[in-house]
Ligand binder design. Sequence first.
Ligand code: UTP
Length: 295
Amino acid sequence: MKITKAIIPAAGLGTRVLPASKSVPKEMLNIVDKPAIQYLVEEAAAAGITDILVITNRGKGVIEDHFDHSFELEKNLEGNPSKAALLESVKRVADLANISYIRQKETKGLAHALYCARAFAGNDPVAVLYGDDVVINEKNPAIGQLCEAYEKYGKTVVGVQSVTADKIGLYCSLGVTPIEGESRVMNCHKIIEKPKPEEVMSLFAILGRVVMGPEMFPLIEQGLENTPEGKELYLTDIFSDLGKEGRLLAYDFEGNRYDMGNKLGIMKANCEVALSHPEIGEDFKAYLKELVKTF
Ligand code: UTP
């Protein structure tokens, strides 16, 4: 079954990038000339996704404006032949996918945010792209790699990449076993959130891309019901339960991943994308070369 739906949770508070994210959602912070969330929508569209639900909250209306036509701006650019390419780039943003929005009315974590999308998902598998994780792979979109694995095996797939041993304690560690004939798809039987050094099973961590089967929503619902008021239900706990039952895959996806939820991630994304940007790449490289001489 071809996966055509995606969810982008973008209702977090973005506290690690305050004050930038106070009135501009972190998902709208730019990488050179596009907001982070546009990279996600382009990735999903390139993987054949046609319908996207963005989970937002108060103050994120600017995301809706970005993916809409801007009549005044388009009219203005139309009147200037030298701005034809710019006009095209502005217009195509509104046509990338059918995008709808739902509000998470309380910031109760990622699992709760995804639960808000249950009616959108229905009984279909859905791709999930975490709103602050940008992955760039122009030839083979990361979420498309996971979708293929879901389409082949019919199991929920978490996207993983290797992180360094000194960083794994900040993420989660996955217990995985290889699948014969596969180089990137693995069975995942256990997940430990923020592992202590002696708990680390592998350096694979879940990094912002998932394909969820319809079995996930009842599990999230049950988890939310059993979570005491004021506590957060962690999505990794749900994945971990699925893994114990042999119903979870991990996919080591290819792509350059940038964490737009922290300051260093934002700077790395801007620096690397700027270096290969057709308009400013060469000038930026020359500037950087001069700059490093002063260190
Ligand atoms: P994060 O935990 O990285 O986002 O969630 P955050 O809560 O905004 O981060 P900090 O710690 O305050 O800086 C990953 C993704 O899930 C979304 C976020 O918008 C982000 O894209 N999210 C998180 C929600 O949609 N709702 C939530 O309640 C929490």
